[in-house]
Design a protein around this ligand. Structure first.
Ligand SMILES: Nc1ncnc2c1ncn2[C@@H]1O[C@H](COP(=O)(O)OP(=O)(O)OP(=O)(O)O)[C@@H](O)[C@H]1O
Ligand SMILES: [Mg+2]
Length: 360
């Protein structure tokens, strides 16, 4: 049964190319006024998923519904123009021979006065009323992007599909446009499926993130949860650099240079990986060869020597060569602190920020 409350519901979508399942049993639900970001590395099947929802491509199996109404399944399929869908892609080509106003009005039907009113309202919404008579080549990249957004939203689509819509814009412009776009999307109340391969963009834009890998959604949830409770090492690594310590289980515990970790449910002899982001390593000074005392919160400290330190603005990235086995650990520290190579320091793992996974 399709869920009544979901503006967009994708059920068990499968799409093969050359015998390979490029989209492999993808299910997604997006409510009106919510943004779900489909996040994943290049080639994992994000655009293909979006193309099946828009109707420019056809799935091999699975069904898509909007507000409980069937859009397509294995047997029937509404053509792209009959789907309640707005599209905005990376190369959101505007029609070059049409004015800004005509571009925005392109998908509108109905009486002329109504269409004009809607174009006027959309141009106002994206702060481009003054440029209504210009042509695309007379606009900046950011302005073109806003016209494309207005054009996609003008017909009041129930579902908005966006594929890397900001990737053509330079960095400083992008943040402002992302925030403004989000505000407009929220006002319009469409269910938004936004494809990106940038975790920062997904966290900034998404009410939910659907993390995709090899055609499958491996984790879905609020950005906070996906970041703070990754399902596996690769999910953790997709959002930031990570440090990994390998160790063996004995009696539901594993011993590491940073103290013992609980590993309930793992049999004796199992190999596990303790994963921690560089932001969650704590650093303390060396006191004549000794470090700080162990604590329950931070475990046992281990000593390392600074190999490299880079100033990154708001933080410094420091690489340590660890005394215990010569491996490298990375720590991110506030940039007021930029230690010199060769300096010995003690590292601690913030226990509540560690993830323990069975070895792959
Ligand atoms: N029409 C097609 N014919 C054959 N293979 C295809 C076709 N379209 C996509 N693929 C393959 O399917 C896989 C997924 O492609 P897709 O465009 O969905 O990836 P993506 O996640 O959007 O990647 P990117 O972030 O690089 O845009 C890729 O390996 C791609 O080569
Ligand atoms: Mg793509």
């Amino acid at each position: 049964m399709p869920g009544d409350a979901f503006r967009l519901e994708v059920q068990h979508l499968v799409r093969h190319f050359g015998g390979r399942a490029v989209v492999d049993d993808v299910s997604l639900r997006v409510r009106a006024g919510q943004v779900t970001c489909l996040l994943g590395p290049s080639g994992c099947g994000k655009s293909t998923t979006l193309r099946c929802v828009s109707g420019v491509d056809q799935q091999d199996s699975g069904a898509i519904y909007s507000d409980g109404e069937l859009i397509c399944d294995g047997k029937t399929s509404r053509p792209p123009e009959d789907r309640p869908v707005g599209l905005m892609f990376q190369d959101f080509a505007l029609f070059p021979h049409m004015s800004v106003a005509d571009n925005v009005g392109y998908g509108l039907r109905g009486p002329r006065a109504e269409r004009r009113a809607r174009v006027g309202a959309m141009l106002e919404r994206v702060h481009l009323s003054a440029l209504a008579r210009r042509y695309p080549h007379e606009l900046s990249g950011g302005e073109q992007q806003r016209v494309a957004l207005a054009r996609a939203l003008a017909p009041r689509p129930k579902i908005m599909l966006m594929d890397e819509p900001f990737s053509g814009l330079d960095n400083r412009l992008r943040d402002g446009i992302r925030d403004e776009t989000l505000e407009i999307l929220k006002d319009e109340g469409a269910a938004v499926l936004l494809v990106t391969h940038e975790p920062e963009e997904a966290m900034r834009m998404g009410d939910e993130i659907a993390l995709m890998r090899d055609g499958k959604i491996v984790q879905q949830g609020a950005p906070y949860n996906v970041y703070n409770a990754p399902v596996d090492k690769a999910a953790a690594a997709f959002f930031s650099d990570i440090n990994v310590i390998r160790s063996e289980v004995q009696g539901a515990l594993t011993e590491t240079p940073f103290g013992q970790f609980l590993v309930p449910g793992q049999p004796d002899g199992a190999q596990v990986e303790i994963v921690i982001r560089p932001q969650h390593l704590k650093i303390d000074f060396d006191r004549g060869g000794r470090g700080p005392n162990p604590t329950p919160r931070e475990g046992t400290p281990a000593r390392g020597v600074v190999e490299r330190a880079r100033f990154m603005g708001s933080e410094s990235l420091v690489e340590f060569r660890m005394d215990y086995d010569g491996s490298i650990l990375k720590a991110a520290v506030p940039s007021v602190f930029l230690p010199k190579p060769g300096m010995a320091l003690w590292l601690m793992f913030r226990r509540d920020r560690c993830f323990v996974f069975p070895s792959e």
